[in-house]
Design a protein around this ligand. Structure first.
Ligand code: SF4
Length: 306
């Protein structure tokens, strides 16, 4: 899921990668320009990145309810599923790297075969309010995602081993599993939480990854833009590419679509405007009002009223 398929690699090398190299981004919209407008935060508060990037509620009243009215709610089923599935994937990536390091190049494939049984420990963190049926469904999705990702890792390792007879263990890990999961970032230069966490893939260019287990939304790209800005603010190198990985399940099958995109001026500007608008809403306690239509699974249903 994390890794580009052969077709995606071809598309990237002929399409977005050259564009990313040619793209010019205004200097004031690079993360390292955090100490001057427009990136300099205008209010002295910190927002989580998802608080800036989420527009499931079109007026962002969920943020107002949480941060101004101090009303917290239980996450909905889709949020819980997403969290557990992402945690399982992250633990597989870490377990796979660890297994190769421990067993070494000559036993890497067998070591990975030893990970066939999924790690269900992320299910332990699920709060009590899921039904038994929802838990069973979630468990089966963890198994599907685990198998899919492990098969890809094994295939990548075998491909690298077949090409590189004298490869060392560190090189094998970095060439076959070129992903950092839950990369911690301090977003405070940009008025964001100091405990951000993202996934990133190294394929010629560092690409910010975000996995969504739900319907595609245009605002999802705000997440990759936010992480790119935070990374640039810390490390002072350019991040030009993002990818939202959409995973969905149909009749027990995992279907994956990817939205590779440039993190260009327009997207950066959109992220900054969203951050400023939401900071203002929280700092000045401005009720944004309700949208014409609320989304069905909003956890604030029953708390919001006109
Ligand atoms: S109930 Fe409606 S207005 Fe309130 S947060 Fe949810 S979507 Fe927004």
């Amino acid at each position: 899921m994390y890794f580009p398929t052969e077709e995606e690699r071809k598309d990237l090398t002929r399409g977005l990668l050259p564009k990313a190299r040619e793209m010019t981004v205004a200097e004031e919209l690079r993360g390292w320009s955090w100490n001057a407008p427009p990136l300099e935060p205008i209010y002295d508060i910190k927002l989580a990145l998802y608080e800036v990037a989420n527009y499931y509620c079109p007026t962002a009243r969920d943020l107002y309810m949480k941060r101004v009215m101090d009303i917290d709610t239980k996450p909905n089923v889709a949020m819980l599923y997403g969290r557990v599935l992402h945690d399982s994937l992250a633990s597989l990536i870490i377990a796979a790297k660890r297994a190769i390091y421990i067993e070494g190049v000559n036993h890497a494939s067998e070591a990975l075969e030893g990970l066939r049984r999924p790690d269900y420990s992320s299910l332990d963190k699920v709060p009590q309010h899921l039904t038994q049926e929802e838990l069973e469904e979630l468990k089966s999705r963890v198994a599907v995602v685990w198998r899919h990702q492990l098969n890809t890792i094994i295939s990548q390792v075998d491909t690298v081993l077949a090409k590189q007879p004298r490869i060392g263990v560190d090189s094998l890990v970095s060439l076959s599993i070129p992903v950092s999961v839950e990369h911690n970032l301090d977003g405070s230069f940009l008025g964001l939480s100091s405990h951000l966490s993202t996934d990133a893939y190294r394929f010629y260019e560092t690409t910010i990854l975000d996995i969504k287990f739900g319907e595609p939304k245009d605002f999802h790209r705000l997440t990759t833009a936010g992480y790119a800005l935070a990374m640039e603010s810390l490390y002072e190198y350019t991040i030009n590419l993002g990818c939202i990985i959409y995973a969905r399940f149909e009749n027990g099958r995992l279907l994956v679509d990817k939205d590779y995109h440039l993190i260009d001026d327009e997207l950066r500007q959109w992220f900054i405007e969203a951050r400023d608008e939401k900071m203002r809403m929280v700092s000045e306690e401005i009720d944004p009002g309700m949208p014409e239509e609320c989304y069905e699974s909003c956890p604030y249903q029953g708390h919001c009223s006109r």
